[in-house]
Design a protein around this ligand. Structure first.
Ligand SMILES: Cc1ncc(COP(=O)(O)O)c(C=O)c1O
Length: 439
C-alpha cells in the first residue's frame, strides 16, 4: 500500500540533511518484528534496531498492551514530592539488571538527559563528600554522549561541538580515542592493541591533580561514532586509575545496556563495574521515550545523607518516572527475560561476527569490527568527499530493502536482538552487494 507523501516543509529534522531528504524522502509507515514497512509499500529489514534501541523487535504485543492499559489507568502523576507505585516497581526491575552494588535508579526520558543527569550527580556527589573542588570532567575523543550541553562538552565528535564551541561547559579534558587501523584493522571482537591508551588518564591527573577531577565518562563500546570496540584491558585500566584517584567512572550504556552485547550491561560483559551507568534506548524497547541512571548504593547514600533535610538533589524532569514509560520498561524487561533475548544475542554473536567479516576483501572495505550484535564496516573515504561513499551504500541498501546506519564512512549494523541467522545473512549479503556496486 502506498500512502501519500505529506507536506514536508514544516518539520526541521534532527541530525538530517533536510534539503536532500525532502527532495527524496524515505518514510516508514509501520513495523513488526525485525521489519519496517515503507510508505511505498516495501518491506525493509531493520539492520539497526531503529537507532540501536528496538532490541525486542517492533510493536511487541505485550509492550503495546501495557502502554495502552497504563494510559487508561493513570496517564500521568507528578514526579516531584509525589509518586506512583509503578515507578518504584520499575526501578526495582531495572536495579535487578544492574551490577551488584548499583541498585539506585534515577529516571530520565532520553540518553542525553541520562548523561547530563550523571554528570550533575558526579558533581553533587563530590560536594556531598566534602570535596567540592572536584569539578573537572574527562570525556574521550570521538565519544558520543547525546546533545545536551554537558553531553557535547564531554563528547568528542567535532561537528557536534563546532557551532557551540564557545558555549561548552568549562573544565573538561578528553582522553584519546582508541581507534587505530594500522594496529587493529579486521580484529574480531576486542582488539589486542591499545590498553595503554587508558594511561593517558594519568597524564591528565598529573596535569590537574586528582583532587580537581570529578569523573571520567566513556562508552564501554562506542556505537554512534562508528563502532569502536574497547581494546583488551583498556576498561580495566581505566577502572584501576579512576579508583586509585577517587575519580568516579561513568559508563554511558545508552547503546550497550539491555542485551546488545549478550549481557545485561557492558559492565557485566566486560566484568568492569563503574560508579554510574547511563541508560536509555533498549530500556523501554523505544516504545516510549525513557532513560535512567544507575548509581552505586554508597553514592546515593552519600548524597542523600549529606542533606540534613529537604531536597537532596536539585534535579529532575516533569516526566521522570512517567507512567507510560514505566509500563513500557516493565513490559520490555519482562519480555527480555521470558524470551531469553539477551541469550539469543549471545548465541548469535559468532554467526554475526562471521557474516560481518565475510565482507573483508570487498572493494574499499578498510576495516570490519564487531562485538555482540554490533558490527562496523569502514570504507575508504572518497577524496575530498568524506562520508559520500557510505551515504551511497546506505541508500543502495535501503533501495534493496535493508536499513543500515552510517557515520562518516563507517556502516553500522545493530539489528533487533530477536534476529535469526537467515536474516543476519540477508543483512550482510545486501550490504556486500551495495558495497560492490559502489565505486
Ligand atoms: C552512548 C550514547 N549516549 C547518549 C546518547 C543520546 O541519547 P538520546 O538520543 O536518547 O538523547 C546516545 C544516542 O545514540 C548514545 O549512543
Amino acid at each position: 500500500m502506498t500512502t501519500q507523501t505529506p507536506d514536508l516543509s514544516h518539520l526541521w529534522m534532527p541530525f538530517t540533511a533536510n534539503r536532500s531528504f525532502k527532495a527524496a524522502p524515505r518514510l516508514l509507515a509501520s513495523a513488526k518484528g525485525v521489519y519496517y514497512k515503507s510508505t511505498d509499500g516495501r518491506q525493509i529489514l531493520d539492520g539497526c534496531a531503529g537507532l540501536w534501541c528496538v532490541n525486542a523487535g517492533h510493536c511487541r504485543d505485550e509492550i503495546v498492551q501495557a502502554i495502552a492499559t497504563q494510559a487508561a489507568t493513570l496517564d500521568y502523576a507528578p514526579s516531584f514530592q509525589m509518586g506512583h507505585p509503578l515507578a518504584f516497581e520499575t526501578a526495582t526491575a531495572v536495579a535487578a539488571l544492574m551490577p551488584k552494588g548499583m541498585q539506585r535508579i534515577f529516571f530520565t526520558n532520553s540518553g542525553s538527559e541520562s548523561v547530563d543527569t550523571a554528570l550533575k550527580i558526579a558533581l553533587a556527589y563530590h560536594r556531598a563528600n566534602g570535596q567540592p573542588q572536584r569539578t573537572r570532567l574527562i570525556g574521550r575523543e570521538r565519544g558520543y554522549h547525546g546533545v545536551g550541553f554537558g553531553g557535547i562538552s564531554v563528547g568528542g565528535i567535532s561537528p557536534n561541538r563546532k557551532a557551540f564551541s564557545n558555549s561548552l561547559i568549562p573544565n573538561v579534558d578528553h582522553l584519546p580515542h582508541t581507534h587505530n587501523l594500522e594496529q587493529n584493522a579486521f580484529s574480531k571482537g576486542q582488539p589486542a592493541w591499545g590498553a595503554h591508551l587508558a594511561d593517558e588518564l594519568e597524564r591528565i591527573v598529573a596535569l590537574h591533580d586528582a583532587s580537581t577531577i570529578a569523573a571520567v565518562i566513556v562508552e564501554p563500546m562506542a556505537g554512534s561514532t562508528g563502532v569502536l570496540i574497547p581494546p583488551k584491558g583498556y576498561l580495566e585500566r581505566l577502572r584501576e586509575i579512576t579508583s586509585k584517584h577517587g575519580i568516579l567512572l561513568i559508563f554511558d550504556e545508552v547503546i550497550t545496556g539491555f542485551g546488545r552485547l549478550g549481557a545485561n550491561t557492558a559492565s557485566d560483559y566486560f566484568g568492569v563495574t563503574p560508579d554510574v551507568i547511563t541508560m536509555a534506548k533498549g530500556i523501554s524497547n523505544a516504545a516510549v521515550p525513557a532513560g535512567a541512571v544507575a548509581v552505586t548504593n554508597s553514592l546515593y547514600d552519600t548524597v542523600v545523607n549529606a542533606s540534613e533535610n529537604g531536597i537532596e538533589l536539585f534535579h529532575g524532569y516533569t516526566y521522570s518516572g512517567h507512567p507510560m514509560a514505566m509500563a513500557a520498561i516493565g513490559a520490555t524487561l519482562a519480555l527480555y527475560q521470558s524470551e531469553g533475548i539477551f541469550d539469543n544475542a549471545r548465541k548469535l554473536s559468532p554467526a554475526f561476527e562471521a557474516a560481518a567479516h565475510a565482507l573483508n576483501g570487498l572493494p574499499n572495505v578498510i576495516d570490519v569490527r564487531n562485538l555482540g550484535i554490533v558490527a562496523g564496516v569502514e570504507l575508504a573515504p572518497r577524496e575530498n568527499a568524506p562520508g559520500a561513499r557510505a551515504a551511497e551504500v546506505f541508500q543502495r541498501c535501503y533501495d534493496a530493502g535493508v536499513l543500515v546506519r552510517y557515520t562518516g564512512d563507517t556502516i553500522a549494523l545493530s539489528p533487533p536482538l530477536i534476529v535469526n541467522e537467515e536474516q543476519i545473512n540477508t543483512l550482510f549479503d545486501v550490504l556486500g552487494q551495495a558495497i560492490s556496486q559502489t565505486a
